[in-house]
Every structure is written in C-alpha cells, then in structure tokens.
Design a protein around this ligand. Structure first.
Ligand code: UGA
Length: 451
C-alpha cells in the first residue's frame, strides 16, 4: 500500500515532530517516507531506543515497516533532545497528549512544555503546528507563550483512525490547515500536495474547532443509531436493516451506522466532552452534545441490565466470558474502551469476568480485575454467559458448538452483530443481540400480561 520513496529527492522543509505516539509516529514516519528529513522527539528514552532499532510497540498496521524504511533511508531520526531536534527544523508538529479533566477541560501542560523547550531555539521563519487535538483558542495562547514575532503558529488537525493511521496518512479524505499568513498556508499546503486530497485552508480558530466538530458529530450519529437500536428492540424491529436503508440516502451515507454497546476510544469520548466544555465556557451550552455523552453511559448500563435480565435478574457471582477488550477491532488500545466500561459494571455487580482479545495482552488488563484467557474458547470454560464487546472478525469464525460445550450456561450476548444468529441458535445457545427484535424478557412479560 505504501510505496517506497528511496529515490525521491530530498525535500526543502526539515520537519520535527514532538511526541512519538499514535499521532506523532505515523506523521513522522509518513513525512520521512515522502522524502522529508524528520526528527521525532519523545521524552521516553526506552520507547525511543526501541523505535531507533525499528521496533514499534503500537498495534498499527504498516507502521513498523514505515519506521524501518525511514531509518534505513536515514530520513527518520529519534531523539529525546527537543532542543537539538528542533533547532534546524523549518516545521515543527506538536503531537503530544492533551489529557482531559473531569469537566472536559484540556490539560495543555505537555503542549506548553514542548513549546517552552523549543521556542527559544527554533530558527526564524519556523512554523509551529498543533496536530494534537486542542481546544479553540490554543494557538493564541501558544503564540503568547512563544513570545517571538519571527516564528509562525498554525493548526493542522489530524484525521487518522487507529488501526488505519498509515493508510489514512497516505490517503486522506481531506487536509485541514488553519493559518493566518499566506506564506504559512502555502508552505503547509505544499506538504500535502502529493496526495491530491482537498486541502481546506481556514483561520486557526475554525481549524481547531472543526476537529472537535467532526468527532462530536460522529459520536452524536452513533448515539442516535444506538437509541434507534433500543427502540427497535422494544418494537421487535431490526436496526441493521433500518440503517442500511437510512445509509443509502447519499446525504447520510452508509458508514458509522453500526449499533453496538456504546462508542469509545481515545478520541470520540474525549473530543465530545471537550466540545461540550468549550461550548459551556463560551456561553453557548450544547445540550444535544451533553445528551450524546450521557446516553452513551446509559448504553453501557443497558448492556449489563439486559445481561442480568437473561441471568434471572442478577450477574452476581455469575461467570461472564467477554470477547473483545479493545475499543474497536484492529487495535489493542483500551483507552475509554466500551468493553472495559461494561466489564467494570459487571465487576461492580459481583460478576467474575474472563476476557479474551486477539490483540490485548494479559499485563494490559491485570490491574482491572478481569481474568485473562489466551483463546476465545478458553474464556468460555464454565461461563454462565458470553458477551461479545469488540467486533473482531475472528469471532464470527468460532464454531458455536465448541462454545456451547465449554460454557455452563447458554446466554450469548452479541453486542456487535458479528455472529451468524441461526448457527448459534442451532447450537442450542440463547442469542441476545443489539437492535434486533429480541425484546427484553421483562418487557416481553409486561407486554404479554397487558395483552
Ligand atoms: C476517531 C475518528 O473516527 C477519526 O476520524 C479521528 O481522526 C480520530 O478519532 C482522532 O481524533 O484521532 P478512532 O478513535 O480511531 O477515530 O475510532 P473510530 O473508528 O471513530 O471508532 C470510535 C468508536 O465508535 C469505537 O468504539 C467503535 O467501535 C465505535 N463505532 C464506530 C460504532 O460503535 N459503530 C460504528 O458504526 C462505527
């Protein structure tokens, strides 16, 4: 997918990237592959030593190849010395974390720390670009912090999805550049000319806010779909068929319409809460967004409630097998994972939870109180119920009769719509689904007595 650019001429801009995480590393390795000299800075020396020897710990397809190619062409270097790495750079991308407070506010201390280090040493004409997601108004703060009028500030939010970050870097839908000076707009735009994607140039505030808007919109869309799924369950309708029809409207489109246990990850929840916070701060409360967030919490509760209903009213002392711990398939990232949100609730109800995930390792879940199984069937031994919480394709290939033999109980809750319903029912299992006319037992009995 990614073509080697060994024969490319060296590019004029020299790039530095601060932060070798899930945004910084694909950005650094991607630009190196396009022919730029790139220095990637991080404060973690162990991580950098592994990266310098070509080992990438992130579960990100093609990233290790890309990093190794950057090292072998000597276009990609790693350093813990922010001053040395940025002194000769003409463009510096800030890709450090922006953790969130309970109220949705962003902690910009890593961004400000990185800027304070480099601001005194960068050359005149250098463009310092925020690529991490930051609240609107951050660039103005940073400009004050830099305190130099010979250095430019810009915003270039990333739209990289975990699990396809490399593909997204090389095949972007759109490039967003927030900058006020013409020369900055031109220089940043030229970095991305090669992709042929629409490059949208805005003022900095619009760019900063657009990133939040895009993720909050996606989250709101999913909360809508999940609410429709709940209505479908009550009405005996099928949300999957429904969303297929809805998505065929070209104004809506077919993607991001899969109902599930609730949405998560390191970006959607954080950015949605962040935008709600920003809106409150600006005196324009965004009530719909507040509901988007709270309804997602209720969706996690709902998974546990429905499971309890199918286990005679309680998960207490029940053994629950969980397939899928990562926040989505294709990653081993547990940050704000819907699966963990459900596991925590199950544990709080007194259930014993054993989890399996093809990409997550035992040490990652050790502190959570979830037992770890090495295989999908291993998680099911002695289980009263199985819950599927991440949509790994391999789950659809498991033989349901193996699951039925391993389990003590017969309840299988497929919150991601990955199983072949008929095959699993034929194996003698009681299949519970999301958004597909499998009304809750309590409601069914209410309906029956009302009739
Ligand atoms: C998200 C955005 O999709 C990217 O465009 C953005 O660049 C990125 O955040 C970021 O800000 O860096 P990502 O966090 O990788 O990407 O995750 P998504 O693919 O958006 O999935 C988020 C959650 O929604 C997952 O829990 C997933 O399972 C859930 N989801 C997604 C559904 O429940 N149904 C769907 O149809 C799609």
């Amino acid at each position: 997918m990614v073509s080697s650019t060994d024969n490319q001429p060296r590019r004029p801009e020299r790039i530095a990237v601060t932060g070798a995480g899930d945004i910084g590393l694909p950005t650094a390795a991607g630009f190196a592959d396009l022919g730029y000299d790139v220095s990637c800075v991080d404060t973690n020396p162990e991580k950098l030593a592994r990266l310098a020897s070509g080992i990438v710990d992130l579960h990100e397809p093609h990233l290790q190849d890309l990093v190794q190619r950057g090292i072998s062409t000597r276009r990609l270097r790693f350093s813990t010395n922010g001053i040395a790495a940025t002194r000769d750079a003409s463009i510096v991308f800030i890709c450090v974390p922006t953790p969130q407070g309970d109220d949705g506010s962003a902690d910009l201390s890593y961004v400000e720390g990185a800027i304070s280090t480099i601001a005194p040493v960068v050359r005149p004409g250098t463009i310092i670009v925020t690529r991490s997601t930051v609240p609107v108004g951050t660039a103005d703060r940073l400009r004050d912090l830099i305190g130099r009028n010979d250095v430019h500030v810009a915003s270039n939010p990333e739209f990289l999805r975990e699990g396809s970050a490399v593909a997204d870097f090389f095949h972007p839908d759109r490039i967003l550049i927030g900058a006020s000076e013409t020369v900055v707009r031109r220089r940043l735009g030229e970095l991305y000319d090669v992709f042929g994607a629409p490059v949208i140039i805005t003022d900095i505030a619009t760019a900063e806010l657009t990133k939040h808007a895009a993720n909050a919109f996606l989250a709101t869309r999913l909360s809508f779909v999940n609410a429709m799924a709940n209505i479908c369950e009550a009405a005996g309708a099928d949300v999957h068929q429904m969303m297929r029809v809805v998505g065929l409207d070209p104004r809506i489109g077919p993607k991001f319409l899969a109902a599930g246990p609730g949405w998560g990850g390191s970006c959607l929840p954080k950015d949605t809460r962040a935008l709600a916070y920003v809106a409150r701060q600006l005196g324009e409360p965004f009530e719909q967004l507040e509901v988007t967030v709270s309804s997602n919490e209720r969706q996690f509760n709902r998974v546990v409630r429905r499971l309890s209903d199918h286990l005679c009213g309680s998960c207490r002392n029940r053994r629950i097998a969980v397939w899928g711990l990562a926040f989505k398939a294709g990653t081993n990232d547990l940050r704000d994972s819907p699966s963990l949100a459900v596991c925590r609730r199950l544990l709080a109800e007194g259930a014993h939870v054993t989890g399996y995930d093809p990409a997550v390792t035992a040490p990652q879940v050790k502190h959570l109180g979830v037992d770890y199984a090495d295989t999908s069937i291993g998680a099911c031994f002695g289980a009263d119920a199985l819950v599927i919480l991440t949509e790994w394709p391999e789950f659809s290939e498991v033989d349901p009769s193996d699951v039925a033999s391993a389990m003590t109980g017969d309840v299988v809750f497929d919150t991601r719509n990955v199983l072949d319903t008929n095959a699993w029912i034929s194996a003698g299992l009681r299949l519970v689904t999301v958004g597909r006319g499998s009304p809750d037992p309590k409601k069914s009995s209410v309906n029956a007595s009302a009739a």
